[in-house]
Design a protein around this ligand. Structure first.
Ligand code: AQP
Length: 341
């Protein structure tokens, strides 16, 4: 991988995913579909962001984290990340991420981090007991992105504020210390940028949801997927139409249907305008099951070969470091840190 994407004439893409649980339909439709598509034309750098996953100390189990890191590698490859085209690595294997995050900690402000909606959400009701890492999460994310001069960051809606913050921090750094960083923009999918929990359709589908009933995982068996859609919460209005505020459950089903059948939400809604909710749920399950099946099979196959996963990740880390190390060096020099003799 070359330093700036400009030298290859291709856009540089960065995105990350936490090994905080199994990959679900929200991760897939919100971000991973974009990861896979962008590989065709861009220089893509994808990271399993384990340093982010340890910011939620409530369920920090070291053995589980190691297993989830390997499982996520298998899942990312299984959904279509291609290591011969893209750089796939584990964040903690490239130490530059943590060091650049420290430099950015001295540029970011307490006020702007405190305003991040995801922090407010995840720390609600327990401000004093959350880790400093959770508060600082968007600064580490800024380092992740800016280390690689990424111009595009494919993410779901929930990450939009973090990407804007990354731009602000990068811009402030450049203004104070000279042009070192490229400013990124978020790329959101045209549909299903925020997939909602099937049981609580006003909450986003999440790996850390309190119940798995509303979360469809890529590795779920077809019967489990059908059962989850059958019991999806809708409303008592009985009409299939798009209205995120008044009909979050039905709208969510339509968005999932649209995203998995390459249609717009309006097309999906029109086609099911005369259907009952039961028929809509069946149609969504029948679209999602074959959509996920090849990814599930490939992920399981890859998960069985740990040595190969480790080889791919080691190769990815070496390639990532080729870009990350000189970027960090430039930032250190720009800030006036004395180079070691
Ligand atoms: N429900 C969602 N709809 C659309 N996109 C989503 N993403 C997550 N949930 C949805 C996108 O998936 C990418 C990876 O996210 P992450 O692993 O860094 O953590 P997250 O955003 O916090 O995702 P989760 O699943 O909710 O994990 P936990 O429970 O650990 O916090 C991001 O691009 C995100 O936008």
């Amino acid at each position: 991988m070359t330093d700036g994407a400009a030298s290859t004439g291709r856009a540089r893409v960065f995105s990350g995913m936490q090994p905080s649980g199994a990959v679900h339909l929200g991760n897939l439709l919100g971000a991973l579909t974009g990861w896979v598509t962008l590989q065709k034309d861009a220089d893509c750098v994808y990271s399993i962001v384990d340093l982010h996953a340890i910011t939620a100390p409530d369920d920090h189990d070291p053995a589980l984290l190691r297993q989830r890191t390997l499982d996520l590698a298998a899942a990312l490859l299984g959904v279509g990340v291609d290591p011969s085209r893209s750089t796939l690595f584990v964040q903690s294997h490239v130490r530059e991420h943590a060091e650049l995050a420290w430099l950015f900690n001295c540029v970011a402000t307490f006020g702007e981090l405190g305003r991040m909606p995801q922090f407010k959400d995840k720390s609600a009701g327990r401000d004093a007991s959350v880790s400093v890492g959770l508060f600082d999460y968007p600064v580490l994310q800024t380092a992740d992105i800016l280390l690689y001069h990424a111009t595009k960051v494919p993410v779901g809606e929930d990450q939009r504020h973090h990407i804007e913050l990354a731009r602000d921090i990068g811009q402030r750094f450049n203004h104070r210390f000279g042009e070192v960083f490229t400013l990124p923009t978020a790329i959101l999918p045209p549909v299903a940028a925020r997939v909602m929990d099937l049981q609580e359709p006003t909450r986003k589908m999440s790996k850390s949801a309190s119940s798995e009933k509303g979360v469809v995982f890529v590795l779920d068996e077809p019967d489990a997927i059908a059962a989850k859609f059958r019991s999806a919460v809708t409303d008592s209005d009985g009409k299939v139409r798009v209205d995120r505020a008044a009909k979050p459950g039905v709208t969510n089903l339509l968005e999932i249907l649209a995203a998995t059948t390459s249609r717009t939400v309006e097309q999906a809604a029109d086609e099911h305008a005369g259907s009952g909710y039961g028929a809509l749920k069946t149609a969504v399950a029948e679209a999602v099951i074959p959509f996920l099946e090849p990814m599930r099979a490939r992920s399981l196959e890859l998960a069985a070969d740990q040595a190969e996963l480790e080889r791919i990740l080691a190769d990815g880390a070496a390639r990532a470091r080729e870009v990350a190390a000189p970027t960090l060096e430039r930032a250190r020099l720009a800030m006036g840190l004395l180079p070691p003799a």
